[in-house]
Design a protein around this ligand. Structure first.
Ligand code: SAM
Ligand code: ZN
Ligand code: ZN
Length: 438
C-alpha cells in the first residue's frame, strides 16, 4: 500500500507550497470566509489547520487585544511563514499564538488542555480528512457551550479533475489524501454538522472561491488532467506503479467522460460554508425526528424546509396549468392532498408564501426553490403538497397513484398525455368553486 498517514501526506504537500502560499487565491478566500462570520471583540478563537495564518491574523484584528486566537497546523513550513508574519507586527498580533499539532488529535496539543473557545474556524481543510463527521465531533469538544464552528467544503465540480481522480481511486480501492466525495451540496455539509451534534445556523455557497467562476474543458482533454493529477501531483504516491497507472488511465477516461455534457466538462469555482452552534447547555443537538404518528415526511432540496403528515395522502393530481409549468420548470406539478391539521413543519426557516392568483396560495423554499404546497383559499380544510417534496421511502402507507390530470387546456404542447385511463380535466373539477369566489 502506498499513501502514508494523513499527516505525512499533508506535510509533504504543504511543505512544498508554504513559501508561495500567500500568493494564491487563499488570501482572498480567507477574507470572504471571515466576512460571513460574526466575530466580537474579546472573543477567543481557535483556527484549525491555520496554515500561514491568513485567517488567523484577520481574526486577531477582529477580536482585538482583549481577545485571543490560537492557530494550529501540522506543517512546519506553513507555521514558519505564519510566525514570520507575526514577528513583523509583533505588537498588533500579540494576541495570537501558533502551535504545531495534528488537529485530529487536539488532546496531544498541551496548550489546549482544558481550553474551550467562542469560535472555531477550519478554512479549506475539512476535505483533507477521511471522516468529516469524526473530525467535527472532535473539534466540537473545544467549543464553549453556545460556541460556533465555521467550516467549508468543496462543491462537487470544484477542481473537477481531482474529483475524477478520487472516483478513480475509490473504484480501484486505492487510498486518497483527501475525501470530497461526500460533499455534494449545501445539504451534505448541513447533515455532517448536524450529525456531529451541532445546530446549523446556516450553510451557504460561496461562489468565485478562486476567482474563475466557471470554466469548461473539452472532453478530449482528459489525458492532460490524467497526467497532471496522476503523474505530476501524486502526493501520496498512490499511482506510482505502472500496473496501477495503466488501470487508472482507463478508469480516469471513463469517469471524466461521464461528466461531459455536449462535449464539455464543467468546473465550478464554489465551496459550501457552514456555520453551526453548540447548544447553550453544551448538550448535543438532536434534530427533531419524525414523530411516530407521522405517516410520511418530506422537505425541500436543501433540507431547510421539512414537514411531516399525520394523515394519509389522497391520490395524485397532475396540474398542467401554466403556473405549475413555470414553477416546476417542467410540464406539470404533481400534488397530493391532506387535511390541513395533519401538516406539521419541522423546519421552515426558508419557507416563503406567494400568491399568484386570487384563489390560491403557494409555498416554496426560498433557499433552493423547491415548491412545497398549494392551498385554495376557498377550502380551509385541505392543503395540497407537491409529490416531489415527499420522501416516498418514509411513507408508511401505500404510495399514491396518479388519479387525474387537471388544466389540460394549458398543457405544454411538447408533452404527450399518457394513456393512463385517469380523470382528465380541461381546467379543474373545482373550477366552479373558484369562479364563485371571483
Ligand atoms: C489549504 S491549507 C489551509 C490553510 C488556512 N486555513 C487557509 O485557509 O489559508 C490546509 C492546511 O491544513 C493543514 N493540515 C492538513 N492536515 C492537518 C492535520 N492533520 N493537522 C493540522 N493541520 C493539518 C496543512 O498543513 C495546511 O496548512
Ligand atoms: Zn430548500
Ligand atoms: Zn397548476
Amino acid at each position: 500500500m502506498s499513501g502514508g498517514t494523513q499527516v505525512d501526506n499533508a506535510i509533504r504537500f504543504y511543505e512544498a507550497k508554504s513559501r508561495d502560499y500567500d500568493g494564491t487565491w487563499h488570501s482572498n478566500f480567507t477574507k470572504q470566509f471571515i466576512s460571513r462570520l460574526d466575530i466580537q471583540k474579546g472573543q477567543r478563537i481557535l483556527d484549525l489547520a491555520c496554515g500561514t495564518g491568513l485567517l488567523t491574523f484577520l481574526e486577531a484584528e477582529k477580536v482585538g487585544l482583549s481577545g485571543s486566537v490560537v492557530g494550529i497546523d501540522v506543517t512546519p513550513g506553513m507555521l514558519a511563514v505564519a510566525t514570520r508574519k507575526q514577528e513583523q507586527d509583533a505588537e498588533k498580533y500579540s494576541n495570537v499564538t501558533f502551535h504545531n499539532g495534528d488537529i485530529l488529535h487536539l488532546e496531544e496539543t498541551m496548550a489546549l488542555q482544558g481550553k474551550t473557545f467562542d469560535v472555531i474556524t477550519v478554512a479549506s481543510a475539512l476535505v483533507l480528512f477521511p471522516d468529516p463527521n469524526a473530525a467535527i465531533e472532535h473539534w466540537s469538544k473545544y467549543l464553549k457551550p453556545g460556541g460556533v464552528l465555521a467550516v467549508d467544503a468543496t462543491h462537487p465540480r470544484n477542481l473537477v479533475s481531482g474529483m475524477v481522480l478520487e472516483r478513480v481511486a475509490r473504484r480501484l480501492d486505492l487510498p486518497m489524501p483527501y475525501n470530497r466525495s461526500w460533499s455534494r451540496s449545501e445539504a451534505s455539509l448541513h447533515t455532517v454538522l448536524e450529525s456531529a451534534g451541532l445546530e446549523v445556523e446556516k450553510v451557504e455557497t460561496i461562489h468565485n472561491q478562486a476567482g474563475y467562476g466557471k470554466r469548461y474543458y473539452d472532453v478530449e482533454r482528459w489525458d492532460d488532467f490524467f497526467v497532471e493529477n496522476v503523474i505530476v501531483k501524486d502526493v501520496a504516491n498512490t499511482f506510482a506503479n505502472n500496473e496501477i497507472r495503466r488501470k487508472a488511465q482507463a478508469v480516469y477516461k471513463e469517469e471524466w467522460e461521464k461528466l461531459a455534457i455536449d462535449g464539455k466538462v464543467e468546473e465550478v469555482d464554489a465551496v459550501f460554508l457552514g456555520i453551526a452552534r453548540k447548544s447553550a447547555d453544551g448538550s448535543r443537538y438532536v434534530p427533531e425526528t419524525v414523530s411516530s404518528e407521522a405517516i410520511f415526511k418530506g422537505g425541500c432540496r436543501c433540507g431547510r424546509v421539512q414537514f411531516t403528515s399525520s394523515q394519509r395522502p389522497s391520490d395524485i393530481t397532475l396540474c398542467h396549468c401554466r403556473a405549475c409549468q413555470q414553477l416546476s420548470g417542467s410540464a406539470y406539478l404533481a400534488f397530493v392532498q391532506i387535511p390541513r391539521f395533519a401538516l406539521k413543519y419541522i423546519g421552515s426557516s426558508t419557507l416563503k408564501t406567494m400568491k399568484l392568483s386570487e384563489v390560491a396560495e403557494r409555498t416554496f423554499c426560498s433557499s433552493c426553490g423547491t415548491p412545497i404546497t398549494m392551498e385554495y383559499l376557498y377550502d380551509a380544510d385541505r392543503i395540497n403538497i407537491t409529490m416531489g417534496s415527499i420522501d416516498t421511502y418514509s411513507m408508511s402507507c401505500r404510495i399514491p397513484k396518479v388519479k387525474k390530470h387537471i388544466f389540460l387546456r394549458e398543457k405544454a404542447p411538447w408533452v404527450e398525455s399518457p394513456d393512463d385511463s385517469t380523470e382528465r380535466w380541461g381546467t379543474a373539477e373545482f373550477a366552479h368553486l373558484v369562479a364563485t369566489k371571483n
